[in-house]
Ligand binder design. Structure first.
Ligand code: BMA
Length: 369
């Protein structure tokens, strides 16, 4: 009886939350809805720290079970893990950064089991020309829209992506929730879906078609959808290609420090203020979907430059890009410190900030319940 009374009492509240607080996919699984709601509330507490390909490799190592550069330095894994699907569309066994999809699936399962969050990007090849994501060609986006000559090919690529996303299962057989970061950095022009290569309307149609196809045709109900630009100058610029509130769960942008701290920090701060305003106005979850300062040459960058700006803002997560290490041509690429790197002690201080949520803090949040 008492239980019945409680149930009746709470009903209006429960209904209200249900009606107002569902992601893009109204049939999303329970775990996905829980994640969505937690991410909405999280900014009041702090932001998850994420890292691309964290469990696969770091600077000077590859595929060492349990290893992570973030963990080597802080003793704690990230709270969010980024992965990349480029080349799934070609049935390749490894992605464009040589990560085998079978290993990726296992890493995703491990992280989910620990209570971590998964986000996935897709540098898909150019479906019109067969070139890479970085090889734009006029008419590519139009060609894959319904009625276009490559629409069937694009759908067959989405089918392959759907197979992978559907194969991500937790221990009870439940689908693992994934934040899918479609057509990222779409205000830049380095990808074929970029600003100089299609109209805003074409991009919006492509976005809606893609979401509808995965959600309604493929019946994937474990996805949250992240829309993100690169650096942007005005809210209007961020919104130019925004497909609408019914099509986006997470609002973000990517930024890389390529200038001095004194130039980077205020520009970053201004973008975060604009993002927070947009996210609040549109009821979206604000996130820094990708960031980095390649090579981390400033030993106090984490708490001297990055954290003071982040502490002024409210985000659900931030994600550092990958620790590729040495690359062809003598270049190197890494965005979190490894053991012994100059900024490692400062990264430990960053980890200690109560607003920065790594794995241990994320696990306590029980994001899927
Ligand atoms: C870029 C670089 C490349 C990588 C690509 C896709 O930013 O890290 O080395 O291949 O992302 O992950």
């Amino acid at each position: 009886m008492r239980q019945f009374f409680l149930w009746i009492c709470c009903l209006p509240l429960a209904l209200k939350i249900d009606a107002q607080d569902l992601p893009v996919d109204k049939k999303a699984t329970a775990e996905t809805i829980h994640l969505y709601r937690h991410l909405k509330g999280l900014p009041q507490k702090g932001f998850l720290f994420g890292h691309q390909d964290d469990l696969a490799y770091g600077v000077g190592w590859k595929y060492v079970p349990g290893r992570s550069d973030v963990r080597d330095v802080t003793g704690d894994y990230p709270g969010l893990y980024g992965w990349e699907l480029g080349r799934t569309e070609l049935d390749h066994p490894v992605n464009l950064d040589s990560v085998p999809f079978d290993k990726m699936r296992e890493f995703i399962r491990l992280a989910y089991r620990r209570g971590g969050v998964i986000t996935i990007s897709w540098h898909l090849n150019n479906p019109l020309t067969g070139g890479t994501a970085w090889q734009p060609a006029p008419g590519t986006v139009a060609s894959i829209l319904p009625g276009g000559e490559k629409n069937a090919l694009y759908k067959s690529w989405l089918d392959k992506v759907a197979v992978f996303l559907q194969s991500l299962k937790g221990d009870q057989g439940e689908n693992i929730p994934v934040i899918l970061r479609l057509f990222h950095e779409l205000n830049g022009s380095w990808f074929w879906w970029g600003a100089n290569h299609c109209t805003p309307d074409e991009l919006k149609r492509l976005w809606r078609f893609t979401v509808s196809y995965l959600r309604d045709e493929k019946q994937l109900h474990n996805l949250l959808y992240a829309y993100n630009t690169d650096n942007f100058a005005t809210p209007e610029a961020w919104l130019e290609r925004y497909p609408g509130d019914d099509w986006v769960d997470i609002a973000g942008f990517d930024t890389y420090q390529r200038k001095s701290n004194a130039e980077f920090a205020p520009a970053f701060d201004t973008m975060l203020t604009m993002l927070e305003t947009i996210a609040a106005q549109h009821g979206k979850i604000p996130a820094l979907t990708e960031f980095g300062y390649n090579g981390l040459p400033d030993s106090s960058w984490w708490t001297g430059t990055l954290l003071p700006v982040l502490e002024k803002h409210r985000l659900a997560y931030i994600m550092a890009w990958r620790n590729a290490g040495d690359e062809a041509g003598g270049d190197h690429e890494f965005y979190v410190p490894f053991a012994g790197q100059a900024s490692a002690p400062d990264f430990v201080r960053f980890h200690a900030s109560p607003r920065v949520l790594f794995q241990q803090a994320a696990t306590k949040e029980k994001l899927y319940q």
